[in-house]
Write a protein that binds this ligand. Structure first.
Ligand SMILES: Cc1cc2nc3c(=O)[nH]c(=O)nc-3n(C[C@H](O)[C@H](O)[C@H](O)COP(=O)(O)OP(=O)(O)OC[C@H]3O[C@@H](n4cnc5c(N)ncnc54)[C@H](O)[C@@H]3O)c2cc1C
Length: 399
């Protein structure tokens, strides 16, 4: 392991790897990734592979729109097939409140050049006959949303990192920091110390713990989310389906398996064991929306976490308390979509030492300043916030 690196990236998930790849591409010098288990062992290989720009906050729509563009060329850029499929994404609403959110979001997305459309009941029935119209009050559809294989994306970034000389240290746990004044001078790990000029915290749902080791307070909270996969069917489901309540997600792989996920509830244990309650809850809810699923056999399931912030938007940029400590966390269930663009923008900020306008609103200081980026498609209202919010920020916005 290197004793000295220009930048240390904590977390070998899709976000940390994207940041490391973009940093080394910009020629910042030696980059070292520290991952306490194997690459992709966190949420990055436990998600439902959905890529969308159907968000409710302008800043998130802009970021996701750019990320979608990068995804289109990522196979060529990284020289590794990420199994990217442009099947669109359909967001579903069942209650009047959820329907209102979709309508408002579509208007905003259209204003920002995203071609999302509300589908009327006739269109929904004709184009997507497998959905239960009795359970759906409104649906929005963007044909340019897509999906890619999460394992392939992690492998593509890690192989590109390796080729470009990034040091990928697996089974290397960060245990603390050597902080002098307002700067981190070294990272203490289970395998020794690495001196460095800058540090990126891309530790997913563990980011809050990692930040605390440097004296930095993040308001992020863990929301347990589980996933499952069925036996394979003939391929029929191009779009990713996302129901706002949950969110509950369903998609189909190229091999034909249906992959689904559902965010469950607050859970600080951060254990990755599967639960029977998820299987029961998910199957009941999914069959209501998608009746033909009652014929499917569930093959296996797994657990993961959303790293959720009070406004449902990511935390990106330098910490206020420690100036060379950059955050890339709090993705609130959207980190797979945003990883490519976040890697690019954060690498630019770190390399140039200057803020970029699209990243600045996401800085951690926004919580203290009360400048929240309220994301109404994120499951922020499923968590209790009182004890973690910094004093100056408001309570969690409701959807
Ligand atoms: C069921 C489910 C479905 C989802 N579906 C989607 C979707 O369809 N679309 C979408 O955009 N997003 C989705 N997400 C969210 C997405 O998976 C995450 O936002 C994204 O993977 C975050 O990536 P990351 O690299 O930040 O975190 P992670 O992949 O969790 O990586 C963080 C890494 O940090 C490491 N680490 C932690 N602590 C330390 C330490 N002290 N020292 C060293 N290493 C450490 C961990 O081991 C881990 O590998 C879903 C998530 C789940 C759970």
């Amino acid at each position: 392991m290197l004793e000295k690196a220009e930048v240390v990236v904590i977390g070998g998930g899709v976000v940390g790897l994207s940041v490391a790849y973009n940093l080394v591409k910009r020629g910042v010098g030696k980059v070292s990734v520290l991952e306490r288990r194997y690459l992709g062992s966190g949420a990055s290989t436990r998600n439902c592979c959905g890529i969308r720009s159907q968000f409710g906050a302008e800043e998130n729509i802009r970021l996701a729109r750019e990320s979608k563009k990068i995804f289109q060329g990522l196979t060529a850029e990284l020289g590794f097939n990420i199994l990217h499929i442009k099947g669109g994404c359909m967001m579903l609403a069942s209650t009047p409140e959820e329907a209102e959110i979709l309508e408002r979001n579509v208007r905003l997305q259209n204003r920002l050049g995203v071609n999302t459309r509300l589908l009327n009941p006739g269109e929904l029935r004709a184009r997507f006959p497998y959905l239960n119209p009795d359970k759906i009050r409104a649906a929005s559809f963007d044909p340019t949303d897509s999906k890619a294989h999460h394992d392939a994306v992690v492998m593509a970034y890690s192989e590109a990192c390796r080729r470009l000389g990034v040091e990928l240290n697996t089974y290397t746990e960060v245990k603390g920091f050597k902080v002098e004044g307002k700067a981190i001078r070294a990272v203490k790990t289970s395998r020794g110390e690495v001196k460095c000029s800058r540090v990126v915290n891309a530790a997913g749902v563990w980011s809050r713990q990692v930040a605390r080791m440097a004296g930095v307070n993040l308001p992020n909270r863990p929301l347990r989310a589980e996933g499952m996969v069925t036996e394979p069917f003939h391929y029929f489901l191009d779009p990713t389906i996302v129901h706002l309540n949950g969110p509950l997600e369903l998609t189909q792989t190229l091999r034909g398996e249906l992959v689904g996920g559902l965010a469950d509830g607050e859970d600080f244990s951060l254990n990755l064991n599967s639960s029977l309650s998820f299987a029961e809850n998910f199957c009941k809810r999914a069959v209501e929306i998608f009746p033909r699923l009652k014929f499917a056999n569930l093959m296996r399931q797994w657990a993961g976490y959303f790293d959720v912030t009070p406004d449902g938007s990511p935390v990106l940029g330098p910490a206020e308390e420690v100036e060379n400590f950059f955050q890339a966390n709090g993705f609130s269930g959207h980190g797979f979509t945003l990883a490519p663009v976040v890697g690019r923008l954060l690498a630019e900020v770190i390399a140039k030492g200057k803020a970029t306008p699209s990243l600045e609103p996401f800085y951690p200081s926004r919580f203290r300043e009360g400048k929240l980026i309220v994301e109404n498609t994120a499951p922020v209202d499923r968590l209790s916030w009182a004890s973690t919010l910094p004093e100056a920020s408001s309570s969690a916005p409701s959807r």
